[in-house]
Design a protein. Structure first.
Length: 83
């Protein structure tokens, strides 16, 4: 076990760690990419939800039949006793 951790430590010493400038530059790129993709995915979600909402309102008004009233949910459901 000791030999394993000694090998791990030796390999970690061989790693070339980035300098401060490179680290800050790469961190900025990652943060900007995450923000950009967040905006893109959020925008796509918003546009698709508008489209789906319009489909539902169009289909419910064109069918002519009134949809049944939703069943109200009251409290927490109770467990049914076993026979």
């Amino acid at each position: 076990m000791r030999e394993y951790f000694r090998g791990v430590w030796d390999e970690l010493r061989k790693v070339v760690w980035p300098g401060r400038d490179e680290l800050l530059r790469m961190t900025g790129i990652v943060v900007a990419t995450v923000i950009l993709f967040g905006i893109l995915i959020g925008g796509a979600d918003y546009i698709l939800s508008i489209g789906v909402r319009q489909l539902y309102t169009t289909s419910s008004t064109s069918s002519g039949a009134a949809s049944p009233a939703p069943t109200p949910v009251t409290g927490v459901p109770h467990a049914t006793p076993l026979p």
